[in-house]
Write a protein that binds this ligand. Structure first.
Ligand SMILES: [Zn+2]
Length: 67
């Protein structure tokens, strides 16, 4: 990941990178996105689904959201 920044297309605010994870049983959903603190505009970057089992953590699904 570079130090590249994104500006909000609506108001030009420098968007901050947000890491969010949600745990459902032994499945963990991770979202990585840019968010504007001014208007709440969100731009998805990557989505991951991780599953924990006896062997460790397995990546179930990986989506790179690019435009
Ligand atoms: Zn904005």
């Amino acid at each position: 990941m570079s130090g590249k920044t994104f500006n909000c297309p609506k108001d030009g605010t420098v968007m901050s990178l947000v890491y969010e994870s949600e745990k459902i049983g032994n499945l963990v959903k991770v979202s990585l996105y840019y968010k504007c603190s001014t208007c709440g505009y969100r731009r998805d970057l990557e989505k991951l689904e991780l599953q924990r089992d006896e062997q460790g953590v397995v990546i179930k699904k990986f989506t790179r959201v690019s435009q």
